[in-house]
Every structure is written in C-alpha cells, then in structure tokens.
Write a protein that binds this ligand. Structure first.
Ligand code: ADP
Ligand code: ZN
Ligand code: ZN
Length: 735
C-alpha cells in the first residue's frame, strides 16, 4: 500500500495541516501533484508533499485520495526547496508558499483551459467535387472550402465571422469539414511580437560585464548610472544563458513593467518569454504559468512574484532596480525577493544579477564586503552628462512673501519650458504620507533623541512617537531652533498641485497620474501614452512617474516637497530620498535635449540634497553607512518586529507578555549582541477592531539565525485563540 502526505488548502490556517491518505491503485500521483481529498464531510484540494510505504495513522481512520486534479506535478523540485527556505527564514508555512507559487485562479478550479474549435477538410478530393457542384449563390460555403484548401486548418470563430456560421454548420453536417477541439494558450501582449528590433553592438563596458557574468556564475551587483545601458546587458546575459540550455528570470518593479519593457523582451526572444504580473487577466496568467511549467517558455519576465515561477534549471536571476520597495512584500506572506534570489543562487548554482543606478545600502554593503561582485557602468551610452539639479530654498520663499506651492524659479522654468514647446514633469512624493512635524522657516524636523528617525504625530493622543523605540514626545508649538510658529504637518496632494497649475497656466493641458487616476486597467499606460504623444505639456504625478517610459520632450522636472520622503519615520528615509531624486532626475534630458531639475525643499542644506545634486553615490554611501553603523541599524543590525493582534485586548496582552518574557531570557544568554529589546502597544494601537501589541528586537546580524529559529518555534508553541502573531524583518514602516 502507498500513502501520500497531503497539505490541505485551508485558508487562514496558520499552521500547515498535513494528512496521510491512501493512494488507490487506479490513481497515479507523485510529489507536487494537486489532489482532491475527503476532509471532514467535504472534499478539498491539497498538494502531495511525500509518498511513502508507511503511515502512522491507524487504518480505520485512513481515507483515500478521490482524484488527481491535473495529472502532472504543479510544484517543481526547486519550488519545494524554496518553500523550505521560506519556512526557515520567514516562518511561511508550506501551504502559504504553494499559494504563492500557483496562479491563485487555479485553486478551486475557477480558470479553465481555453478551448477553441478548429476546422479542417475531411477529404480534399471530396471537397473539390462538392465545390464544383455548389450553386453559384452559395458564396459563403464556397469561400470556406477555398480557404481551407489553401490554409489547411482554420479557427471556427474566425471562419464564422468571415463567412457565416450557418454555412460552416451545413458543411459539417454534410461531412465535408470536421471540427476538432483544441486547447490553446492565451498569450498576453501578443501584438507586441510584430515588430523586430535590431540588435545593438555592445559597448566595451557592456561586453566585459556580459562576459564576466556568463563565464562565472555568482552574485553580482551592477551599479550603473541611468541610461548606461543596463537593459541591454541583461538581455545579453539571458541570451547566453538560454543558448547554454538553461532558463532565466528577469524581475522589474511592478510599476515599470511597461509594454515597452515587454516589447523589448518579446521582440528579442519571441515566444520563449512568459510574462507574469498582476495586470494580466486570470486566464492569461494561468496560461503563461502553464507554458512555463510545460517548458514552452524558458524566460520569465515579471514583477516580484515571478521569482516563484515554475522554471527548472535556472541559469540567471536578474533583478532590475534592485533598490525598489516593491521587492519587499510587506503583507502576508512577508518576504524579501532578494533574499529568496540569493538562496536560489546558492542552492541552484545560478547567477544573481542585481542592477541599479542607486543600489540599496544593504546591497552595496554586500558588494563592498565581498558578498557580491561589484560591476560598474559609470557613463551613459550616449555619453551625455546627467542633467543639472537646482536646489530651491522654500523657507526663503516664505520669508520673501511667496506662500504658494511653487517657487518663483519653478514658475519661471515652467513658463520657459511651455513657451519653447517642451514638456515638464512635476513630481510629488506621497509614499508613507507620514505626519511628521516640520518648521517651515528653518526646516527643523522633530526627531527621536535615541534613534535619529523622524517622529510621527499621533492625532488621537496629540503626541509625537518614535516607531522604532516607542519614545513619546510632546507636540511643539514653536520651533525649538528658530522660534518660528510656522509649524507644518504632512504633505500636499496632486490635485492641489493641478489646481494651482490651472491658475498659473490656464491654457496649458495638465495630466495627473496617481492612485486615484490609475484605478482602471491600463489607465497608467494611457496617461503615459497621452503625455508621450504631446497631448499635455505637464505631467503631475507621484512615484509612478519616477520610472518607466522615456520622454524625449521632457526638459524640466520639478520636485515639490522633496522633504516628505526625507522625513518619513523610517531608518531608510535618507536613502529612499536619494534614490527617488536620482530616479526622477533621470527622466529629464534623456534624448538630445538638455534637461534641468528643480528641487524644492525647506532643508536646502541637507547633505543628501547636495549629494543628489552631484550624483555622488559614493558620498551618499559612505555618509549613510557610517550613520547606520553608529546608530546600529541595518545592515549593521537586524530589526525584528513581532506583532500580536486580536479583538480581545487581554488575550493579546497576555500572549505578548509570554513572548516578551521568553525574549528577555534569550537576551540574557548573549546580551552583548543585543542592541534593543522592547515591548509596547503598536504605534497604531488598533486596526479593524483588533488590538495590536508588538515586541521590537534589534540584534547584531551574527545571532540572526539563532534568534529567528527561537522566535519561530516560540510562536508555534505558544498560541491563543483568536490572536494572530507574525514577524517582520527589517521593516521600513512600523505602524
Ligand atoms: P539603463 O537601464 O541603464 O537606464 P537603458 O538600458 O535604458 O539604460 O539604455 C539607455 C538607452 O541606450 C536605451 O535607449 C538603449 O536602447 C540604448 N543603448 C543601450 N546599449 C546600447 C548600445 N550598445 N548601443 C547603442 N545604444 C544602446
Ligand atoms: Zn525653525
Ligand atoms: Zn527612537
């Protein structure tokens, strides 16, 4: 007798539920198969994780598998390994990993194969005789037969449209044509394959990098300025990987996964490319996934979750704009794509290639300390300099009597741009729209005395709080530095900016791109296309406009309120600001026109603006990593937050207390490697009726593994009804 251990797919179960079932003789299953099994008094889906000759379940309790759902394995060997890694590093259960790996629409059988009916002639000679006997007015029937004589087969839907359905049916009735049902793949962006793009000759820098990565599989970081031709490098690495018989994964941030990028890949690699991202229809995603599994595609291009594509024999994983936030999943299941990719590189022996003009501090640190090989691309392909960046002091504007959103300089520059027939982009930062407190005259911002991160204003308590240590501070009415009472809180919106522009330039067409205007499918693309076609002269937007398309007509980029990201209550605030400014600045003067950036700030002397102005990544890295080293933040320490929540506050508090006491005991064992351990109500104490408490841990990286292991088994062994607990590692946002 054979038994299968099956993970059953129960939503919202926090632990894996593994059950043994008998494999009936007439059912063929192996590891990774999807099966239907009896569960209680219903039947549910599950994944076979093990086949064995024995079981510890007593025989009268054993039930049999009802059926194998697909007839093939839906989880690859590699994916099983990744699932183990996710469990160890992030405490993600196998059931949750499988959900991550499979197209969600596949579960509970919502998506079906797309079946089309194909027509062909039963017998050519008979068809010719039939044709000669047709009445002269039977044009549709004649047309169909002639078409099939010429083309062999045809799609029924198209034939019906071209000729007539009744003619098709009559021919089928007379047995002149036969209908065959056939499963086909829905292919997203099929129209993108039409145009061919010529191959370019790589520059010396590009070629050297491609050669090195092709020859030696390892972990690489490509630090290349905007426009240095990284995409071309990626495509050539992939080309080499494919010709060596292996497969490749190419990740780009969701937001820059534009048809332009897809077009580049499709035109270079054709049907070998499968595309995976959230903009696809359920059917398209299902079919792309199946094409990968069936080895009909050997290159996957996609956003974050494409890292989990069912490819085998992976030769290279490329992560473009590796510093981008979208590679970190901040809701369940929480994981960092780069860590997953590192694991895959080590475990499968494939190359990992991270690329960015502004690598994350953590990645650059790894490159400098030898964990990654550092490769540099210092020049733009067209040898053009990066556009000049002007810093405008908004405090001075106020002192000079200008209370508006736009500085006098930006208004002048906009005027000139419009008059010369060029285009401008106005960028507004809305990420983490935190309510920091800032002096509008001198730029002072309320910060935590212990952590050097911005404090967050909590309206309900009328207090300022540090999200990293829980410190509370009184709200300031006057600036402690300059005594001004112009204390400002929060940021302004894109709509307000557009209104102001309409007042200033009543005749100029302005497009707006933010969360509100991009809710519908492809809205995002439509706005960008309109702008590219010159239907508007100004594009106002949030981070969505920071990446993606090339706009050759853009000569001016205005950054309003740059400080918003600088004063986020995150230890990464300065880093994110530098990255964002560099990205946005990269939008101007890309073609043969010179560009200009105007950056408005209340803190014009802040070092990060000077460094961004000089495009000096190294200066940024040195300064920022020095601060992190002194204050002990990542990569020089690891932050872990255990968040406990539930509707009954007492239960939540009790469980939090249990955890905290255990953590205190653990801390005693090696206290020299502990930077911080604290327990507190979460900065946002209640969400959707659930109370939230948290334990914050900051440790030296060398004891990371010990602490993770300890915490995960602590969570497994100590539970309470209706209380959930989860862990975040190095979170950017604590709320
Ligand atoms: P990055 O990703 O580094 O910002 P891109 O890959 O977008 O830069 O390249 C910038 C521009 O240079 C693109 O228009 C690209 O087609 C072009 N380009 C890249 N490599 C070459 C090359 N070897 N010869 C000519 N043009 C190139
Ligand atoms: Zn002040
Ligand atoms: Zn603090």
């Amino acid at each position: 007798m054979k038994y299968a251990s099956v993970i059953v797919d129960i939503a919202s179960s926090q632990v894996d539920k593994v059950f043994d079932y008998i494999i009936p003789d007439d059912i063929m299953v192996s590891e990774g198969f999807r099966v239907l099994v009896p569960f209680g008094n219903r039947s549910i889906e599950g994944i076979v994780i093990k086949i064995s000759d024995q079981t510890s379940v007593v025989s009268h309790k054993l039930k049999s598998i009802i059926k194998a759902i697909d007839g093939f394995s839906v989880i690859t060997e590699g994916q099983f390994k990744i699932a183990e890694f996710l469990k160890e590093k992030y405490h993600i259960g196998l059931a949750d990993s499988f959900r991550l790996f499979l197209p969600s629409q596949m579960r509970s059988g919502k998506v079906k194969d797309l079946v089309v009916t194909e027509l062909s002639l039963t017998n050519e000679d008979e068809a010719k005789i039939y044709l000669s006997k047709l009445k002269s007015n039977a044009t549709a029937m004649r047309g169909i037969i002639e078409f099939l004589l010429e083309n062999g087969t045809a799609n029924q839907a198209q034939i019906n449209k071209k000729f007539s359905a009744s003619a098709t049916n009559k021919l089928a009735e007379d047995k002149i044509i036969v209908k065959t049902e056939k499963v086909v793949f829905r292919s997203p962006y099929k129209e993108l394959t039409d145009e061919k793009k010529p191959d370019v000759v790589l520059t010396q820098t590009q070629q050297a990098i491609v050669d090195k990565i092709t020859e030696t599989p390892a972990k690489y970081l490509i630090h290349g300025v905007t426009g240095s031709g990284k995409t071309e490098v990626y495509m050539n690495i992939i080309k080499n990987v494919i010709s060596g018989g292996k497969t490749a994964i190419m990740l780009v941030p969701e937001i820059s996964l534009t048809p332009q990028v897809l077009f580049n890949f499709r035109s270079r690699f054709g049907d070998n490319v499968a595309i995976l991202h959230s903009g696809l229809s359920a059917g398209e995603r299902f079919d792309e996934w199946k094409r990968i599994l069936m080895k009909k595609a050997n290159i996957v291009v996609g956003a974050r979750s494409a890292i989990f594509a069912p490819l085998e024999n992976v030769g290279a994983i490329i992560i473009d704009e590796e510093h981008d936030n979208s590679y970190v999943s901040e809701s369940h299941p929480r994981f960092n794509t780069i860590s997953v990719a590192e694991f895959m590189s080590e475990s499968f022996g494939c190359s990992l290639v991270l690329g960015s003009a502004t690598p994350s501090l953590e990645s650059y640190h790894k490159a400098i300390t030898g964990e990654y090989h550092l490769l540099e691309m210092k020049e733009r392909v067209n040898k053009r300099p990066l556009p000049p960046l002007k810093i405008v002091d908004m405090g001075k504007e106020i002192r000079d009597g200008n209370n508006g959103i736009f500085s006098r300089e930006l208004v002048d520059a906009l005027k000139k741009t419009i008059e010369s027939g060029n285009q401008a982009m106005i960028f507004l930062n809305r990420r983490g729209y935190a309510s920091f407190l800032m002096c509008k005259e001198c730029g002072w911002v309320a910060k935590c005395s212990d952590c050097d991160v911005s404090l967050v204003y909590h309206r309900a308590e009328n207090a300022l709080k540090c999200h990293y240590c829980g410190n509370r501070f009184k709200v300031f009415d006057v600036c402690p530095v300059c005594g001004s009472a112009s204390i400002k809180q929060g940021a302004l919106g894109t709509q307000k900016v557009c209104e102001e522009l309409a007042n200033l330039f009543p005749d100029v067409k302005v497009l707006r791109m933010d969360n509100d205007t991009t809710q519908t499918k492809d809205a995002h693309l439509k706005i960008l296309t309109k702008f590219k076609n010159g239907e508007a002269q100004i594009l106002v937007g949030t981070q969505m406009i920071a990446k993606g398309h090339d706009f050759p007509q853009v000569t001016l980029v205005g950054i309003i309120d740059a400080d918003v990201s600088l004063h986020q209550s995150s230890f990464r605030a300065v880093e994110k600001t530098f990255q964002l400014i560099t990205q946005v600045a990269g939008r101007a003067g890309r073609a043969d026109k010179t560009g200009e950036i105007i950056l408005q700030t209340y803190a014009p002397r802040h070092y990060i603006y000077k460094m961004a102005q000089a495009y000096d990544y190294m200066a940024f890295y040195k300064k920022e990593s020095n601060i992190r080293e002194v204050t002990l933040f990542p990569p020089f320490a690891t932050i872990m937050r255990i968040l406990v929540s539930g509707e009954n506050e007492k239960d939540v508090v009790n469980l939090t207390k249990t955890y905290y006491e255990k953590m205190q005991a653990l801390q005693k064992d090696n206290s020299k490697d502990w930077v911080y351990l604290g327990v507190m109500k979460s900065p946002i104490g209640r969400i959707q009726n659930k109370f939230r408490y948290q334990i914050l841990v900051r440790i030296k990286p060398n004891i990371e593994k010990t602490v993770f292991d300890y915490v995960y088994s602590m969570l497994d062994e100590n539970k309470a009804n209706n209380v959930t607990s989860f862990v975040e590692i190095n979170p950017s946002n604590l709320s």
